[in-house]
Design a protein around this ligand. Structure first.
Ligand SMILES: Cc1cc2nc3c(=O)[nH]c(=O)nc-3n(C[C@H](O)[C@H](O)[C@H](O)COP(=O)(O)OP(=O)(O)OC[C@H]3O[C@@H](n4cnc5c(N)ncnc54)[C@H](O)[C@@H]3O)c2cc1C
Length: 343
């Protein structure tokens, strides 16, 4: 019988990140599917009591924690020590964790210590005949594999935006706090601050309902034979502000900055969507002035509803890659859309 442990760490405000609630939702569902399985929750952070209370009614039989100032920050050595202590105490056979930066970095090391196995980028879980199988993608999101393993403990790092988040009432719970001694050698890495782009410059919003993707067409000569970079920037930023959407880009557009072509200053390689870029997950996506080439469209695999605007009726989006293609000038369409949204 499986002993399932769902682990999470708090974010700076003391709450659990949404991706942790998604992992908990997946763990609760798995416990229901596997006969005799039990659920424990493990929490790491400075003070995890509020977080524990927020998920108190999830059905876990044990709430384990490693808490204290040293566990507030992201540091491989302390995170690995905390997860190891929780997993050992829970005698976990399956450990489910959200693919946060902290866990993506520290869990593979814990798995070595516990002589277990780990699957990263898990995007699906199923339990048939009492046996758990998981799904993950390979070859840059082109091939999906279904895997199962005999080895325990089996750690699963779940990608964000795939599993429905756990929802339930808060409550009270008894926290079992585990004492983890951190010697000097585990505290050598000091977090002295965080450097992040200013709010204005932050265009990547993983939780946004809409992904707006800009392609190289925005920086090409238009029907009047001229470039319209300022208008392009206004249209794109206007839509982002109006809709609080996330900004993606085709590879061609972000590559132009390295090639010395005038580009949109708020765009960087971090925005790139596709085979060699990220594979964001949002309910809806709108591609503008990009062609819908295969490597680029692969990055849209997890967008539920895809729409595109292109002046070319035979662009890649028209070949079955978008649900709706507007054959139109994106400069004009987005000016009108922004006008309607602002009004
Ligand atoms: C190995 C490999 C890996 C790759 N990986 C990636 C990847 O990870 N991500 C990625 O994005 N690409 C990737 N590419 C490149 C990809 O194949 C495409 O070349 C690229 O995405 C094209 O970018 P684009 O559509 O913005 O530009 P273009 O192909 O130049 O298309 C611009 C489009 O804008 C349209 N347009 C112009 N003006 C307007 C207007 N006013 N209104 C509406 N539409 C207009 C044009 O009709 C045209 O279709 C990869 C390529 C290779 C070979």
């Amino acid at each position: 019988m499986e002993k399932i442990l769902c682990i999470a760490h708090t974010q700076p405000d003391g709450n659990l990140p949404s991706v942790a609630l998604e992992a908990l939702g997946a763990a609760v569902r798995l416990v229901q599917q596997l006969d005799g399985a039990t659920l424990s929750v493990g929490l790491i952070g400075q003070n995890v009591k509020p977080a524990a209370e927020s998920v108190a009614t999830c059905g876990a039989t044990r709430f384990l924690s490693v808490a204290g100032a040293e566990f507030e920050v992201s540091r491989y050595a302390s995170d690995a020590a905390a997860v190891e202590a929780i997993a050992r105490s829970a005698e976990a056979t399956i450990v489910i964790a959200p693919a946060t930066l902290r866990f993506s970095r520290s869990l593979p090391g814990v798995v070595q210590r516990l002589k277990g196995r780990i699957e990263t980028h898990v995007t699906g879980m199923d339990a048939a005949d009492g046996k758990l199988s998981i799904q993950r993608w390979y070859y840059r999101q082109r091939m999906m594999a279904t895997l199962t393993r005999m080895q325990r403990p089996w750690f699963l790092l779940l990608d964000g935006g795939v599993f429905p988040a756990w929802q339930g009432e808060p409550g009270t719970t008894t926290l079992e706090n585990l004492a983890v001694e951190l010697g000097e050698n585990l505290l050598r890495t000091k977090v002295i601050g965080i450097q992040a782009p200013s709010t204005n410059a932050r265009t990547i919003r993983p939780n946004a309902d809409v992904l707006f993707v800009a392609g190289a067409g925005w920086t090409k000569k238009q029907a009047d034979g001229e470039l319209h970079l300022n208008e392009a920037g206004e249209r794109i930023l206007g839509f982002l502000a109006n809709c609080n959407s996330s900004l993606g880009s085709s590879k061609s557009l972000v590559d132009q900055s390295v090639e010395g072509v005038p580009v949109l200053p708020f765009m960087s390689h971090l925005n790139q969507v596709g085979q060699t870029g990220s594979t964001p997950r949002h309910p809806k996506g709108l591609a503008t002035c990009c062609h819908g080439e295969e490597p680029h469209a692969v990055g849209w695999r997890f967008i539920n509803e895809r729409r595109a605007i292109n002046t070319d009726a035979s662009c890649g989006w028209a070949q079955g890659k978008a649900d709706v293609l507007y054959v139109a000038d994106a400069f004009q369409v987005m000016a009108k859309v922004n006008e309607l949204l602002a009004g």
